[in-house]
Design a protein around this ligand. Structure first.
Ligand code: PEP
Length: 250
């Protein structure tokens, strides 16, 4: 039985004070009947202080990106060791905003995954098709390509450190959600790909999150699908009540 994992991707939102306020409200609002794991992926500038606030609570910390090199002359970049030093357990890699706006290739994402794993950071690895790819009927080819290139060289023993987030790009920040059936179809396909590449037990244990305009009022139906093991939440995680609403639907 897989546990649900709800992660909030704060993106480029929240100053330090706002971050402290938001995470305090999330901690205070988490009920004892919570069945899912909860991760907050804050901006780099808030990680350290948010880490102090979530100590001894069930909330875990993640970053939204990192560089693949260990250190060096990479102005403006952040390394895996830096993330670990401020308490991160997770890092989001391959988010569509990194792929599209910052032109990160599958090869770069794969290199980042390998670095993260080697530094014992867990990865939320995002995949998802563009609207035109869905309309052309090539969603499964796109997902298969992103999964196989992103996981190139990642061994079975490391698959326990990876969550895959299926995020159809046309559903991110648009208010358009994939129907539970559309999402379930792709989640099942991802599990089959992992079963073929690794093993059925690795596929059975893999957490596959859905992301794309998840809100308290659609989370319950999405999360009740057999192969949807949680959510990666953007817009709705910036307000404590709506993030808590999603957590309580899980
Ligand atoms: C995201 O960017 O990971 C995301 C799912 O955003 P939103 O929930 O706003 O669609």
């Amino acid at each position: 039985m897989r546990k649900k994992v709800i992660a909030g991707n704060w993106k480029m939102n929240k100053t330090l004070n706002e971050s402290q306020e938001l995470v305090s409200k999330i901690i205070n609002g988490l009920g004892n009947d919570r069945k899912s794991d909860v991760i907050v992926c804050t901006p780099f500038t808030s990680l350290n202080e948010v880490h102090s606030l979530i100590k001894n609570t069930p909330v875990k910390l993640g970053a939204q990106n990192m560089h693949y090199e260990e250190s060096g002359a990479y102005t403006g970049e952040i390394s895996a060791d830096m993330l670990k030093s401020v308490g991160c357990e997770y890092v989001i890699l391959g988010h569509s905003e990194r792929r599209v706006i910052f032109e990160e290739s599958d090869e770069i994402i794969n290199t980042k995954l390998k670095t993260a794993i080697s530094k014992e950071l867990k990865v939320i690895f995002c995949v998802g098709e563009l609207l035109e790819q869905r309309e052309k009927g090539i969603t499964m080819e796109v997902i298969s390509d992103q999964v196989s290139k992103g996981l190139e060289g990642i061994s079975s023993k490391n698959m326990g450190e990876i969550i895959i987030a299926y995020e159809p790009v046309w559903a991110i920040g648009t208010g358009k959600t994939a129907t539970p059936q559309q999402a379930q179809e792709v989640h099942l396909f991802i599990r089959k790909l992992i079963s073929e590449k690794y093993s059925s037990s690795i596929a059975d244990n893999l957490i596959v999150q859905y992301g794309g305009s998840v809100k308290p009022d659609n989370a319950g139906e999405l999360l009740s699908q057999k192969d949807i093991d949680g959510a990666l939440v953007g817009g709705a995680c910036l307000n404590a009540d709506s993030f808590l609403g999603i957590i309580s639907s899980a």
